[in-house]
Ligand binder design. Structure first.
Ligand code: THU
Length: 151
C-alpha cells in the first residue's frame, strides 16, 4: 500500500468522527505487520473525559481482533469547518499507546496536510503533502513494556 493510499483510508475514517463538542475531526489508519489496515476516528462524549482519540480507536480495534504488530499509522485531522487540513500530530496519550505495541525506531507515523477535503472521491495525490516521522522521534526516552520485565 502506498503512503497516499493509507492517508486516504485515514481521511475516510475521519468522515466517521463524532466530535460535536470540539468540532475537531480526526481519522487514523494503522497498518499491521501482515498488511491489514484498521481505521479509527475520534469519539467524543458529553462527559468530555471519556473521549477516545482516532489513533487509539484504530489500535484498540486491531488489538481486540488479535492484531498486535504494526508497521505504520496515518493520521489526519482538523476542525470540521476547514476545507484544507493542517498536519495533526498524535497526542501524548496516543503516542504512549502506540509505544506499547511497536518498535519505536521502526514504527512510522504519517502525517498529512491536505489541500482540499470537500470531495474525497476526487482526491488527487498532488493535494496531499505527507511528512513521515518515527515514534522514537515523537516519543523520545519513552517508557515501555521492557521497563516492567522482571528478568
Ligand atoms: N484528537 C484525536 O483524535 N487525536 C489526537 O491525537 C489529538 C486529539 C481528538 C480528541 C478530541 O475529540 C479532539 O481531537 C480535540 O482534542
Amino acid at each position: 500500500m502506498t503512503d497516499f493510499e493509507l492517508i486516504k483510508l485515514a481521511l475516510e475514517a475521519r468522515e466517521m468522527a463524532y466530535a460535536p463538542y470540539s468540532h475537531h475531526k480526526v481519522g487514523a489508519a494503522i497498518e499491521s505487520a501482515d498488511g491489514r489496515v484498521f481505521k479509527g476516528c475520534n469519539i467524543e462524549n458529553a462527559g468530555y473525559t471519556p473521549t477516545n482519540c482516532a489513533e487509539r480507536t484504530a489500535v484498540f480495534k486491531a488489538v481486540s481482533e488479535g492484531v498486535k504488530n504494526f508497521k505504520r499509522i496515518a493520521i489526519v485531522g482538523g476542525m470540521d469547518n476547514l476545507t484544507a487540513l493542517p498536519y495533526c500530530a498524535p497526542c501524548g496519550v496516543c503516542r504512549q499507546v502506540l509505544r506499547e505495541f511497536t518498535d519505536p525506531k521502526a514504527f512510522e507515523i504519517l502525517l498529512a496536510e491536505v489541500d482540499n477535503v470537500t470531495d474525497l472521491g476526487k482526491l488527487d495525490e498532488s493535494q496531499v503533502h505527507i511528512k513521515v516521522v518515527t515514534l522514537a522521534e515523537m516519543l523520545p526516552l519513552g517508557f515501555g513494556p521492557e521497563n516492567l520485565k522482571l528478568d
